[in-house]
Write a protein of this length. Structure first.
Length: 254
């Protein structure tokens, strides 16, 4: 999860985000991203990660030889990413920036966004603005790859979940609610942190918007992209109505 206008704060949770995401297979995400890039843009070098969060996916890509820049709206998340980059001694640039007002021009072979970050763009016109920013950031022929939670996944309230595992420092209870009129999923998140130094409770309210396949394709086209593929996540199989997560790959038209 990344961060964008109107959908989420990623404030209190930022210092605990890596604990929350400890089971996420970042290296497998990187494998899959490379597979998509190999199909649509072999041998990219300069990569921009939109909504980079704490930077762990970007670090995985940097270890593979990419020159990575990460951008996220949340100063807290970027601060955590900078600490991770410093610990690893990686050459990853990080900026605080809104994906809908991206201040980058033409320096990248690929723009990538993962883990449903673009669902956090909830205001009208926001998705087009993000696509236009990605377009401006790419060199001619550059590739834009991103994932979204499908409307089906949000309708089925995939975010209603809990974790209370013995020995884990971070536990949580989440309850989501879906509004079919607005296509917004509101997730009320209660967190508990316990370690030797302290016990802490905090909460966040996240909002994601569901985007239909035809809407995403239309907005990409209007932004100047040619859609090259829509896939069931983590496969190269064409997107199906039963998919809970979709990946899109689009190429910047000259």
């Amino acid at each position: 999860m990344g961060n964008d206008v109107g959908g989420v704060s990623f404030g209190p949770v930022a210092p605990y985000y890596d604990a929350l995401m400890q089971s996420v297979p970042y290296e497998r995400w990187a494998d899959y991203t490379e597979a998509l890039l190999d199909v649509h843009h072999p041998d990219p070098v300069d990569l921009l990660e939109l909504c980079c969060g704490t930077g762990r996916f970007g670090l995985a890509m940097a270890r593979r030889g990419y020159r990575v820049t990460g951008a996220d709206l949340s100063p807290g998340m970027v601060a955590e990413a900078r600490r991770s980059v410093a610990r690893e001694g990686a050459a990853v640039d990080l900026i605080v920036a809104d994906a809908c007002r991206l201040p980058l021009e033409g320096g990248f072979d690929a723009v990538v966004s993962v883990f449903d970050s673009l669902n956090y763009i909830v205001h009208d016109g926001g998705l087009r603005a993000a696509f236009e920013g990605a377009y401006r950031a790419l060199r001619p022929g550059g590739v834009f790859a991103f994932d979204v939670n499908t409307v089906l996944a949000l309708e089925e309230e995939l975010f209603t979940q809990s974790r209370h595992a013995e020995g884990e420092r971070l536990s949580y209870d989440w309850v989501s609610s879906w509004d079919p009129r607005t296509r917004l999923s509101t997730i009320r998140m209660q967190f508990q942190w316990r370690d030797d130094a302290r016990a802490e409770r905090f909460e966040e309210v996240h909002v994601q918007r569901g985007y239909e396949d035809e809407e995403i394709r239309r907005e990409l086209g209007e932004a100047g992209f040619e859609v090259k593929g829509a896939y069931v996540a983590y496969t190269l199989h064409p997107l199906t109505p039963s998919a809970s997560r979709a990946y899109y790959v689009a190429v910047k038209r000259d």
